[in-house]
Write a protein that binds this ligand. Sequence first.
Ligand code: HEC
Ligand code: HEC
Length: 509
Amino acid sequence: MSKLHIRGFRASHYLRSVSILLISLVLGACAVDEEDTSPLFVRSVGTVLGLSGDPSTDRELPDISDPKAQLGMKLFFTKGLSGNQDTACVSCHHPVLGGSDQLSLPIGVNAEIPELLGPGRTHSEALAIADNNSTYDGGPTVPRNSPTTFNSGLWDQVMFHDGRVESLDKLINQNGDPGEFGLGIVTPDSETDDNDVQQADPNAGSNLPTAQSRFPVTSPEEMRGFTFTTPGTNDEVRTALETRLAANQNWIDEFTAVFGDSTVSYARIAEAIGEYERSQVFVNTPWKAFMEGDDSAISEAARRGALLFMLPTRTGGASCLTCHRGDRFTDEQFHVLGMPQIGRGKGDGTTGTDDFGRFRVSGNDNDMYAFRTPSLLNITETGPWGHAGAYTTLEAVIRHHLDPQAAFDNYDISQLEASIVSSGQTDDMVVNTQNALDKLAANKLAGLSLLPTVSLTDAQISDLLAFLETLTDPCLKDRACLAPWIPDATVGDPDGLRLDAVDINGNPL
Ligand code: HEC
Ligand code: HEC
């Protein structure tokens, strides 16, 4: 805030801008002076709307050099946590791939080449048959797009596209008031009470990434495989993995060094992985530098885009901030957007390939086809976009928001990897997606949708894109900067199962 005062010689301009802005916002009647894209004005709009530029303030997040985060990194990269020892967390969440996998939909177990991540990763029919995995169709195996693990420590309320790992502490509720603490975390393992309300999972651990880390190993498609501890409960899978790691003296030594005794429990595995993910803080964006006073950190086009993004439609903006609110650009709530539903789906609907989104968790009809608002931090590096990865350009994502039905009517499946189409994983797309779009239309009629009807020019869309580009931390495009989060020869490989990733050309990631 003091940054603005340093520029005292422009204080009158600042005050004038803020006054116009406040009057515009409060009255909601007149359009903001469209000509004013000065850094001072744009920054003051951000400030008035509650943005500081820094999403990580007031958070205690570990450093990657912390011993627990270092152990977590080794666990994140070991194939030893998958049933057939062919998949690691990193298979779908590699730092060089933006903390994700750059695929619309992921391939976990039974990959043709387990080390090959990103485009070119394929599912092996022979390995699928050998693993009793009847899902082989030549296409991807997991029904939703892999989100980035970067900035995992910045989620306060929910993880996953449908929020099925959910903190009962609403740390910051909709009005910005602090909520209650210590109520715990709901997970897919949670029991329900007599009123069918999910209770806190006593084994969830103390933060969302830790709670989340308990689940990928239980999913047959992601890591468990189709024969390992099958049939068996989630806890039986975890116990089997504990036993496997505890049979290895190197892991025992690692756990002893970090936790003080030799117990290798899944709770500790999850905690260490959670610390590794929470150390993945990538928030040093040009937008942050700009909000902190560096006028030249973003271009004029980006400043115009920022205004469109932040301002409500009634003052000439596109109201993006309504849902992508705050410095993390997410309200952590669920909204129906009707983005194309491709892939195997979650077994929902008449087709069985549909995905009911948040409804699967809440059972609330208004949540049908609603998905969590993604954070937009590092958004340029985490495509393809949407819960099923159906969009391969950010421009198409923006156009979808502006007119979902028209965007879908013009949706071009040729943007997808050929195997998604040839495997039949787009066959039900029109039926499934139209159901979601109909739900969106009904929600709009009922006044339940926060998605505005906005029409933007091509130039405005390119300004919005210029703004989105300022939300990427340059570290993501710099292998040397990411190196601390990728184990190398100096780090050690406790079980000899570390996944050293390569791209389609065989080059190390
Ligand atoms: C086969 C690919 C795959 C593997 C392997 C995998 N994940 Fe994921 N991950 C996903 C997908 C897909 C989702 C989203 C699923 C959903 O929302 O239903 C996800 C979600 C997440 C999220 C939630 C992010 C958010 O924004 O809410 C975290 C954190 C995460 N995974 C960490 C891990 C960890 C830790 C492991 C290893 C124990 C792991 N993943 C293994 C594909 C994978
Ligand atoms: C009604 C709430 C809402 C508004 C308003 C909104 N969004 Fe979104 N946005 C979402 C939701 C929900 C998703 C995820 C949809 C899905 O996965 O199917 C999303 C997805 C996105 C994505 C893709 C993110 C990813 O990781 O896949 C981008 C980029 C995006 N929005 C930008 C914008 C921009 C720019 C605007 C303003 C023009 C905007 N949004 C307005 C709710 C909203």
